[in-house]
Design a protein around this ligand. Structure first.
Ligand code: NAD
Ligand code: UDP
Length: 312
């Protein structure tokens, strides 16, 4: 049994991770300020003796005597949320990572950083291997998130080199599944909720931009394998589903699977919206023996039944 701290544990990904770790019998501390996360996502864990919820903002230091592992997930992930207060986003990404690294240094814990495919920006190398340095605008509206996450990777590497902290960096590609907020603006949740309500499906731009979508269960498996991997494999490692779809294809799939009467409408493309995204997962396959197994159609069916069950 390990003592594990999950920052951002009440969010979409964090709640799935906390559930898995608690079910495996680990002692779990969930740290969250509830900016985008909610108690509802983790209320099924409240009566478990091995689960503790602490309301805390990671831009302030956090003390705990003994911890074996830290998953640093705290950070809003959807453009509408991370752009709502961009200065707080950069602080969360950078100072939050710094505080969690400080905690790892103090306790000797191993620490995993939830980085992102956004470190590749609007990539000119396709698909994206971990060796690609990216094409990121440092002064745009997405920069608070993209550059915050890039700086967090730098901090992780420097704590590792300077202080010998055991680190792990995963670069997460677009992930979807139950516990996503219905109205958090991400494309899968937007389209499913619009389709279930027979409302117009809002495609930004011409819909020819691509993304690779992974189902949450696949991602959690990859991230836990990364945490459990040998100490000298620190990443960064891409964790994503290499299946690549245009946003128009996604809209058409969602309409078909929900049997919806929704029409597709086209709206302006947000500034700096990446044109393409597809992970090269050679490294994850080799080092973690991991590859996703849930295809997009199957994952969409699951998230559609989730959103039906919560009555959006
Ligand atoms: P989410 O918004 O559902 O979860 C983020 C959690 O962090 C929320 O519970 C929120 O309340 C909490 N949080 C935000 N700021 C905080 C702060 N200052 N102090 C404490 N808690 C704070 O997002 P998610 O999709 O679950 O993403 C989790 C992590 O994975 C994030 O770091 C995100 O950048 C990364 N990621 C996610 C995706 C994806 O597709 N979901 C892709 C790439 C990277
Ligand atoms: N998008 C869209 N309609 C929506 C929401 C998003 O066409 O209602 C597009 C968005 O412009 C982007 C893609 O879908 O090209 C993925 O957007 P999301 O915010 O989910 O993820 P990210 O851009 O961060 O990869």
């Amino acid at each position: 049994m390990k003592k594990v701290l999950v920052s951002g544990g009440a969010g979409f990904i964090g709640s799935h991770l906390c559930t898995r770790l608690v079910n495996e019998g680990h002692e779990v501390i969930c740290l969250d300020n509830f900016f985008t996360g909610s108690k509802k996502n983790i209320e099924h864990l409240f009566d478990k003796p091995n689960f503790r919820l602490v309301e805390h903002d990671v831009i302030y230091p956090y003390c705990e005597k003994e911890i074996d592992e830290i998953y640093n997930l705290a950070c809003p992930a959807s453009p509408i949320h991370y752009q709502y207060d961009p200065i707080q986003t950069t602080k969360t990404a950078v100072i939050g990572a710094w505080n969690m690294l400080g905690l790892a240094k103090q306790t000797g814990a191993k620490i995993l950083q939830a980085s992102t495919s956004e470190v590749y920006g609007d990539p000119v190398v396709h698909p994206q291997p971990e060796s690609y340095w990216g094409n990121v605008n440092p002064i745009g509206e997405r920069s608070c998130y993209d550059e915050g996450k890039r700086c967090a990777e730098t901090l992780f590497m420097d704590y590792h080199r300077k202080h010998g902290i055991r680190i792990k960096i995963v670069r997460i590609f677009n992930t979807y599944g139950p516990n996503m907020l219905a109205h958090d603006g991400r494309v899968v949740s937007n389209f499913v909720v619009q389709a279930l309500n027979n409302k117009d499906i809002t495609i930004y731009g011409d819909g020819m931009q691509t993304r690779s979508f992974q189902y949450i269960d696949d991602f959690i498996e990859g991230m836990v394998r990364m945490m459990d991997s040998r100490d000298d494999f620190i990443g960064p490692v891409n964790i994503g589903n290499p299946g690549e779809f245009t946003i128009l294809e996604l809209a058409e799939k969602v309409i078909k699977l929900t049997n919806s009467k929704s029409k597709i409408i086209f709206q302006p493309l947000p500034f700096d919206d990446p044109k393409q995204r597809k992970p090269d997962i050679t490294l994850a396959k080799k080092e973690l023996g991991w590859a996703p197994c849930i295809p997009l159609d199957e994952g969409l069916k699951r998230i559609i039944s989730y959103f039906k069950s919560v009555d959006v």
